[in-house]
Design a protein around this ligand. Structure first.
Ligand SMILES: [Zn+2]
Ligand SMILES: [Zn+2]
Length: 140
C-alpha cells in the first residue's frame, strides 16, 4: 500500500476522487459516499457554504404572507367598522412580500368599512322608524 500523500509513513486507505492523492484513515473525508482528501473536502465545503446563503435568501420572499393578516381586516368590522385601518396596516406590512394579497386585504378593509357604515345607517333608520312608529301608536 502506498503512503498517504499528506502523512508520509502512514498507510493510505484510499485515493481522493477529486485530485487522486492517497489519503490515510486520519485525513480521509467522506462526502456523499465519495472519498476526498482534506484540502479537497474543505474546498467543496467552502464552495457549498458560499452558495447556500444566496439560495436561502430568496426563500422567505416566496413563503408569502400569513393568513393571520386577514384578522386585522375582518375583526375591526365587528368593532365599529374600522376595517379600513386594519386593511391599510395589513397592506403596508405585507405589500413587499405579497403585493396581490396586500392589495386585496386593503380593498376588503375598505369594502367591509363601507358595509359597516351601510349597516349602521340601516340600523339607525330602523331604530328611528321604530321609535316613531311606537310613539305614533301611543298617540292613537
Ligand atoms: Zn483531493
Ligand atoms: Zn493522511
Amino acid at each position: 500500500m502506498a503512503d498517504c500523500s499528506y502523512h508520509p509513513g502512514k498507510d493510505s486507505v484510499g485515493a481522493c476522487v477529486s485530485c487522486g492523492k492517497m489519503v490515510c484513515i486520519a485525513c480521509r473525508t467522506e462526502l456523499q459516499e465519495k472519498v476526498y482528501c482534506q484540502p479537497c473536502a474543505n474546498k467543496l465545503f467552502v464552495s457549498k457554504s458560499e452558495v447556500q446563503p444566496a439560495k436561502v435568501e430568496p426563500a422567505p420572499v416566496q413563503t408569502g404572507v400569513s393568513g393571520a393578516w386577514w384578522l386585522l381586516v375582518i375583526l375591526p368590522f365587528f368593532f365599529g367598522g374600522w376595517s379600513w385601518i386594519g386593511g391599510i396596516i395589513a397592506w403596508a406590512a405585507t405589500k413587499s412580500r405579497d403585493p396581490k394579497k396586500a392589495r386585496s386585504m386593503l380593498i376588503w378593509g375598505i369594502v367591509l368599512s363601507v358595509i359597516a357604515v351601510i349597516i349602521s345607517i340601516i340600523v339607525t333608520i330602523l331604530f328611528v322608524t321604530g321609535i316613531l312608529v311606537l310613539e305614533g301608536m301611543d298617540l292613537q
